[in-house]
Write a protein that binds this ligand. Sequence first.
Ligand code: NDP
Length: 280
Amino acid sequence: MIIDGKQTAAQVRAEVKQGVEQAVAQYGTPISLAVLVVGENPASAVYVRNKIKACAEVGIRSIEVRLPESATDEDILVEIERCNADDSIHGILLQLPLPPHCHEQDLLAAIDPDKDVDGLHIVQRGRLFCGLPALLPCTPYGVMTLLSAYGIDPKGKHAVVVGRSNLVGKPLAMMLLNANATVTVCHSRTVDLPAVCRTADILCVAVGRAGFITEDMVKPGAVVIDVGINRVDGKLCGDVDYDAVCAKCSFITPVPGGVGPMTVAMLMKNTLTAYLNRHQ
Ligand code: NDP
């Protein structure tokens, strides 16, 4: 069965839209997301456009703050602190990657954790680690939402996560653990990766290499979640050799149209959550 991320993301956005209407009616102030963009990264420009479009669709006000490529950490800090202090702003998103001279971790740490709708602040990560309610990083949160939308309960299952980035692999592993899966995290130094993958009931892949997961690495009937986004001959594809793996697994996410659309939808959900948290 193909997991339709486009449809599930549309559902999430519809739910958020309803939640936004209710919250604004109840508390009387609009919900706002500040999007901080530094420089002119062309990939970021597309992502930022999609985020701003999604805000408009669900009724969240977006405020774009643009800084030149030459902006220093101090310049960016000034904008972050301005957004932190502004009570009319509920979510702050620092679009990554930043120009190479900037210090990403220091800047992310300067965001008010309660406004960290990307779920990348150390406080939110700590809350996730401790199994406490948190603003969750959007892509792994999107994966968990897809599993739930398709009635796939990780409880007791062996989940194998290939990739250990701070953005995807590590938080996804923690979310699966919190959902009572038995979790194995793999990376570039894992010995006999195919053998480990073959033990997975749920195989999640976030590596960034086209066709990395081949059919022989998948257990029959497994759930396969492909987070990868690669461009081959101008065409988007994931980390999984989709056509071959498709026939062997029970569920699979396509690329495009799987995990990708969920990321922005979860950002909208986190922004609503940050607003509601403020009013509780
Ligand atoms: P990173 O490059 O930060 O991490 C890649 C991970 O893959 C690392 O942990 C690395 O291991 C591991 N890896 C690399 N080569 C191998 C190998 N040969 N065997 C086993 N593991 C390997 O990438 P991200 O996590 O940021 O992104 C992963 C993919 O997901 C990319 O394609 C990215 O575009 C996509 N992505 C998609 C999103 C979406 O919205 N759908 C959002 C974010 C990312 P090690 O740590 O040992 O180096």
